[in-house]
Design a protein around this ligand. Structure first.
Ligand SMILES: [Zn+2]
Length: 310
């Protein structure tokens, strides 16, 4: 028998409260054919991968991983920039100060920090923390400071007014430690922005046993609900200023393409992962619209949190 009684929930830390919810593998990038258990914690409602492939980072993040290979001038990229700027502007207006500093955890070449700077010209100091040594040069060229390593190991003499953790917290082995580190680096009156999948959504249930895109298996290690993330935030000594659901188009698209592959309609390979499939952009646009409407009355599969200090 497996040792379910000793498995610790990555979100709430409770031991022995988890059951196997689904099994999943890497259909997106085909880096491994190993099957992973997606555990559900009955105590907090979060899900997490088991076992955590902690020693396999170079294997499970291939060189063609989408965040390493972002095309700067594609239409999708330009639309995202425009939307992000529109999203950031009113948030930044709430942060007081003449000169602001911003930190992007897992920010790669600092593309999102470029957008932040465009949204608010008070941002004068920008810092990226990322594991990718190849992004350092580009980040410097973009005018950002760069720390290559784990966020937990990063230290700074100055604090930050804005900390971005977009699609980051679900990738780490110890989300509580990461949030505590963010709290320590946050300036008084500053904000932390988090974007993360929502496991308590229709598509997560619909594609539960067929590699739901939000599993992003085996790279998403913890999947939260709004209440479970709020609990974690409080344990880290932070408060939720605002929480909202946002569209989960990439998860719908990925899940649907997996289904279509099973039906023999499309082909996904290690050389051409699902995110590079010709139908990906079109389906994403469709599901963004679909979720925009659905989001008016239902929980969609991604969440935004704005956090602050007490
Ligand atoms: Zn839990």
């Amino acid at each position: 028998m497996n040792q379910i009684s000793t498995i610790v929930c990555l979100c709430c830390g409770e031991k022995g409260t988890s059951v196997v919810w689904a099994k999943a593998t890497d259909l997106e990038y085909r880096t491994t054919t190993d099957e992973f258990d997606i555990m559900r914690c009955n105590s907090c409602g979060s899900m997490f991968i088991h076992p955590i492939p902690l020693e396999r980072l170079s294997e499970i993040y291939p060189s063609n991983y989408y965040s390493f290979a972002q095309s700067q001038d594609s239409l999708v990229h330009r639309i995202k920039t425009w939307l992000d700027k529109r999203y950031f502007r009113p948030l930044l207006a709430k942060v007081k100060g003449h000169n602001l500093s911003a930190l992007d955890v897992g920010g790669g070449a600092g593309w999102e920090l470029n957008v932040l700077k465009e949204a608010d010209n008070r941002i004068t100091h920008t810092q990226v923390v990322d594991l990718d040594p190849d992004a350092e040069k580009l980040a410097h060229a973009n005018g950002h400071e760069y720390f290559c390593g784990r966020f937990e190991d990063f230290s700074s003499d100055s604090s930050f007014n804005v900390i971005l953790m977009l699609n980051l917290i679900e990738h780490v082995a110890n989300p509580l430690e990461v949030l505590e580190q963010a709290r320590n680096l946050l300036a008084p009156g500053g904000i932390i922005l988090i974007k993360t999948p929502n496991i308590d959504s229709w598509d997560a249930r619909l594609f539960r046993h067929s590699n739901w895109g939000g599993y992003h298996c085996p790279r998403h290690w913890t999947l939260f609900t709004m209440p479970s993330m709020s609990g974690l935030v409080q344990r880290a000594g932070l408060k939720v200023i605002e929480a909202s659901y946002t569209q989960g188009a990439p998860f719908w698209t990925t899940s649907v393409l997996f289904r279509m592959e099973k039906m023999g309609l499309v082909s996904i390979t290690r050389e051409r992962p699902v995110v590079y499939h010709p139908l990906f952009g079109l389906l994403s646009a469709f599901f963004a619209g679909f979720d925009f409407i659905r989001g008016m009355f239902a929980k969609t599969s991604q969440m935004f949190f704005i956090l602050g200090k007490f």
